[in-house]
Design a protein around this ligand. Structure first.
Ligand SMILES: [Zn+2]
Length: 331
């Protein structure tokens, strides 16, 4: 079952939530699939961004925690973030833990790292032969560095000492790379280049990633305010900018706008960076009676999209779990 592009946009703009079932659309060399049937089928020989989760804490609408999978042809090349349900999402995408070569962590909030023990437990039986590179932030304020977190979890005196041999023994090789995120290249191998930039997300040291692969650029903005003046240049010309639309306009002038982006700042950044397509993820909400419910993106999604679109005239997508965006040079 397939539909043209406009069908999906119409759904998004009406604010209908949850996974779009059985939808497929394509335009401007970008093709998106969201049918559960196709989600576990390896993509054809192109670069494909697959949304592993499009939500965040509270999981309104059943959305998984925000995480992303980059395919090069039929090979999984990169995973960004590892929330509690990301190992399950990877399985739904048809990926074994042992197939991953690079994992990039944006920051140390639980919705972005709490799947690590489960992921490593899967490694125990997956018999990894590839080395695994793990990139993540340095320590700051009350937050651990990526190597500090792995040590707390998996060292002999950590929470899961049974897994200590995986990370410190000879089960497989880990290459752990804490990064200060100063616009540096943190990975450059076999045509996959990843650069990191530290962005503002309250007190949590947080990294945005720019990925150059096979002639395409995908930028993962992560949880952030869009207030780092270097971020626009960092994201410039991206074929896809994945932005975390966590809040609606009610956070403007509120303390929360020092932690997350306002819709207008997302739209303005996408416009100034001249990105090809803006994908909105990390969509959250709560029941109407909970404190702060009025601030979150899913509470007023049509307004969020309108505020963003007022600033950014390009294509805006609302992500769904397991949806794929394929960048295809032949289109
Ligand atoms: Zn988050």
């Amino acid at each position: 079952m397939s539909h043209e592009w406009g069908y999906d946009m119409a759904i998004s703009r009406r604010g209908m939530l949850g996974a779009v079932v059985g939808c497929c659309f394509m335009a401007n060399g970008v093709e998106a699939h969201s049918s559960p049937e196709s989600a576990a089928t390896p993509p054809s020989p192109r670069v494909t961004l697959q949304i592993l989760g499009s939500g965040g804490p509270m999981h309104m609408g059943g959305r998984g925690t925000s995480a992303y999978l980059l395919w090069r042809a039929t090979k999984p090349a990169l995973v960004v973030d590892m929330g509690g349900d990301t190992p399950t999402a990877l399985a739904r995408a048809g990926v074994l833990p042992s197939q991953l070569a690079v994992l990039a962590i944006s920051h140390m909030h639980p919705d972005h790292v709490s799947g690590l023990p489960d992921f490593f437990w899967g490694e125990m039986t997956a018999r990894r032969s590839l080395p695994l590179k793990i990139i993540g932030p340095e320590a700051g304020d009350k937050f651990l560095s990526i190597d500090g977190l792995l040590d707390k979890l998996f060292s002999a005196s950590g929470a899961f000492p049974d897994l200590a041999s995986l990370v410190s023994g000879n089960e497989f090789r880990l290459n752990i790379r804490p990064t200060p995120g100063l616009r540096e290249t943190v990975h450059d191998d076999m045509g996959l280049k990843i650069r990191a930039l530290k962005v503002v997300h309250g007190r949590a040291p947080t990294i945005a990633y720019r990925v150059d692969v096979d002639g395409y650029v995908i930028v993962f903005a992560g949880d952030q305010t869009m207030s780092n003046p270097h971020f626009t240049e960092f994201a410039s010309g991206a074929d896809i900018l994945v932005a975390h639309a966590i809040a609606n306009r009610a956070v403007e002038g509120h303390a929360l706008d020092k932690v997350v982006a306002t819709p207008r700042s997302i739209g303005r950044t996408a416009s100034e960076a001249k990105v090809g397509r803006l994908v909105l993820s990390h969509l959250i909400g709560t029941g109407p009676t909970t404190p702060d419910a009025q601030y979150w993106s899913l509470t007023h999604l049509p307004t969020v999209i309108a505020d963003i679109s007022e600033q950014f005239r390009g294509r805006v997508d609302v992500a769904s779990d397991l949806v794929r965006y394929t960048l295809d040079p032949s289109r």
